[in-house]
Ligand binder design. Sequence first.
Ligand code: LHQ
Length: 257
Amino acid sequence: MPSILFEIKNDIGCITLNRTEKLNSFNREMALLMQEKLDACKSREVRCVYITGAGQGFCAGQDLAEVVDPKGPGMSKILFEHYNPIIKKIRELEKPVVAAVNGVAAGAGANIALCCDVVVAAQSASFLQAFSKIGLIPDSSGTYFLPRLIGWQKASAIMMLGEKISATEAERMGMIYKVFSDNSFGDQAMDIATQLAQMPTKGLAYTKQLLNLSFKNTLDEQLQEEDRYQQQAAKTSDFKEGVKSFLEKKSPRFTGE
Ligand code: LHQ
């Protein structure tokens, strides 16, 4: 079985992490395949991306056996060639990316989930900044997104202590959007992706780009960017459809154009 499963269904690019015997931890082959599938999601056919894990876990981060394997890629390549491109591809994709965290998300696995646009989790899932337990630092954008999501103090303590955070607690502290019961998780997470895939894709892409920019801009710069992107959004067919449908009291049919 391939370590990443991929299909396009109902305009959604579904990426499933699939090394179940290793809790979907990443080796080089899987990381490169993930990059390939994220690139495939650039296609106009895909209007939302859905990332989940097969089996019990979401992803246990880096396969630690590969790190000490003399025939493995070696420390110098793991972030540069594996995880950093994955994070950048997710942030740069011009469509929403949903992380559906079905079980434990540890190390790089947690941080790949947390850089997504909408993060939901099953009640039995958990988030673990496992790095400190093995003498490493939180990578894969953990030191960037976690303090911005939950505040400096909580992020600092969680990253240093390597405390496992339940999905319920993660929702409470604003680390993730929502937690769903294990029974309904798959359906409810997919409902969110289905909804996003039918929305004005370009408008959502511009929203994502503005959020990316907001971390580095001053208020003045951000207001200028909002003006620029709003002009672009107003040129889309979906804007015309949205306003026309509102005025005619009809349901809009957005095409993503
Ligand atoms: C694993 C792993 C795993 C291999 C479970 N590797 N087999 C960047 C830069 C360079 C180098 C290093 O990495 C990075 C990025 C990172 O991601 S660093 C952080 C790496 N990840 C971790 O440290 C997490 C290690 N795993 C765990 O702490 C536990 O497995 C968790 C808490 C995730 C889950 O615990 P359990 O639910 O009790 O499952 P388990 O421990 O029994 O795991 C199930 C199997 O999966 C088991 O294999 P086995 O043959 O004994 O059944 C584990 O050995 C294997 N596995 N994580 N990262």
